[in-house]
Write a protein of this length. Structure first.
Length: 247
């Protein structure tokens, strides 16, 4: 995904937390908007809850492709909790063979799965007031935001953190501080990063396992960046443009 510079904090906050002439119809979305309207970036990172999310898809176009599974785990006190969410999702159209080859979710497995309309509210309740974390999270959020518009009648206002971008910031710090560690061939794929950093590894292209893998990567990167003086959420935002608002 092409990364663009993050907006200045004040501009970003104004865009995200601006009041809307028409409040969303859905009670879930009203709660989502109200929670993040008063959102404070200046607390220590350990004060926040994070919901690490991954989706498996029929393809990469939010306009024409669909979600076939959602996985999520919660982080509290900068520790992975036992709270998790996982569901298969029956798409309205067929699953391309190339997609099945990647995530191994077959049409037969989806035959009795619920529709996205049935499970999306439960997923949003699971996320609650937590910040969303994902690897190349913009792709996941583009599908989830479309679901919010189609099912609940409005857009999500949940701030998101991209572990791929955090890994780029961390690698840049390594290169700047230890020039002999420069490696222009470094891969930012989730599995490759976790292997390189010595983190636990899981089967890939399973939404729950990928969410768990991303959670380990996120905590590793936060620990490394905190040792460099990044202690609050605003610090994380300001560190080398390390986060974006995918809204």
């Amino acid at each position: 995904m092409m990364m663009t510079p993050a907006p200045a904090p004040v501009a970003a906050l104004a865009r995200v937390f601006g009041r809307f002439a028409r409040p969303p119809r859905s009670e879930l979305l009203r709660a989502n908007h109200a929670h993040f309207e008063a959102f404070d970036q200046n607390r220590p990172l350990a004060d926040y809850e994070f919901c690490v999310v991954d989706t498996e898809l029929t393809g990469l176009s939010p306009a024409s492709d669909e979600i076939v599974s959602i996985g999520a785990v919660r982080i509290r006190d900068l520790s992975i909790t036992a709270d998790s969410f996982y569901t298969l999702v029956a798409p309205r159209g067929p699953v391309p063979k190339v997609a099945t080859m990647i995530h191994r979710i077959t049409p037969g497995m989806l035959r009795d799965a619920p529709r996205l309309r049935e499970v999306f509210p439960d997923f949003l309740r699971f996320c609650g007031g937590a910040l969303v974390v994902g690897h190349n999270v913009g792709l996941d959020i583009s599908f989830l935001d479309r679901a919010a518009r189609d099912i609940l009648g409005g857009r999500l206002r949940t701030p998101c953190i991209d572990t791929m971008r955090l890994a780029q910031v961390y690698q840049q710090e390594l290169w700047e501080n230890y020039y002999d560690q420069f490696d222009a061939t470094v891969s930012y794929q989730l599995g490759h990063l976790c292997k390189n950093y010595g983190l636990p590894t899981f089967d890939q292209h399973n939404a729950l396992y990928d969410a768990m893998q991303t959670a380990y990567l996120f905590l590793f990167l936060v620990k490394k960046l905190r040792s460099g003086g990044i202690n609050t959420l605003r610090d994380l935002y300001m560190a080398g443009r390390s986060w974006r608002w995918y809204l």
